[in-house]
Write a protein that binds this ligand. Structure first.
Ligand code: FE2
Length: 276
């Protein structure tokens, strides 16, 4: 069925059409109330926080490597750039949906070793904040996870609202969203505060790979509304060098880029609890 997904971001209404089979879940809370990855932090009931992640030197190195990786993907697709190319102008070079799709088909398959940053050091920093030993290694996937997200202005380069925790390999991790370029109060990742504590029978969603927006199929189940009504999101908007940490059960997504002429680029990482 074709449904309108209606939501607000910082009180501003948005809507887009989603194709999928939607259903209400069972009366169960998926978020574990004990020994959770967020059990030790004062912001557990919110489900998210902005925390310090990288110093100026580290974020500079990381940004340079993200730029180099995107440039390489553009070169491989014969997308010409000027010598003074800046990531925020990406949409002025990758001008069609096809070119963009070609670029992200390369950038979505990168490994942690392709980036210039120490992922295990970051896991240690977040371990101190969360009070749990963390690792970057995702056992079920047999690799660490890092993904560049590119969102062009005036586009629907978005995930629908969703929870990552529905996928088994993301059930016991902390989500990390790291701003790289063009991330501000008009483009950074929206979250629905406290929504990790919403029970499944109050959630109207699709199965995994069950939602399509403008012809793009999404891996994660799309959540279209809750019993409380439409989804009211906010953008926590972490600053450069900070990261947004959040529960995999927190509803997030719909990161529409409302900047008129700036591409938004971010990194997503995920850290499971370490076995110790
Ligand atoms: Fe997600």
């Amino acid at each position: 069925m074709l449904k309108k997904c209606k939501l607000t971001i910082d009180d501003q209404p948005f809507e887009f059409e989603v194709e999928g089979d939607f259903f209400w879940g069972k009366p169960e809370l998926l978020y574990p109330l004990e020994n959770n990855i967020l059990s030790n932090v004062p912001w557990e009931r919110h489900g998210y926080a902005c925390v310090d992640a990288l110093n100026n030197f580290e974020i500079g190195r990381l940004k340079k490597s993200v730029k180099d990786l995107i440039l390489e993907a553009m070169h491989r697709n014969n997308i010409k750039v000027d010598a003074d190319f800046e990531l925020r102008n990406y949409h002025k070079y990758a001008t069609s949906d096809q070119e963009h799709s070609n670029v992200i088909s390369i950038t979505r398959n990168l490994q942690v070793s392709d980036f210039d940053f120490d992922i295990d050091n970051l896991a240690k920093r977040f371990s101190k904040i969360l009070g749990w030993p963390l690792t970057s290694w995702v056992e079920e996937l047999n690799k660490s996870h890092v993904q560049i997200r590119i969102s062009r202005p005036n586009s629907l380069d978005i995930n629908p609202p969703h929870r990552d925790g529905y996928l088994s390999y993301w059930a016991d991790i902390v989500n990390v969203w790291l701003p790289i370029e063009g991330c501000n109060n008009k483009s950074s990742l929206p979250v629905f505060p406290g929504s990790h504590l919403v029970s499944e029978d109050e959630i109207f969603r699709t199965e995994s790979k069950g939602a399509t927006i403008k012809g793009n199929v999404y891996y994660v189940p799309c959540i279209i509304e809750t019993k409380q009504g439409i989804i009211n999101m906010i953008r926590p908007n972490p600053k450069e060098g900070q990261a947004l940490l959040f529960s995999p059960y927190l509803i997030h997504g719909a990161a529409v880029n409302q900047n008129k002429d700036i591409t938004r680029i971010s990194l997503e990482l995920r850290f499971p609890k370490a076995n110790s």
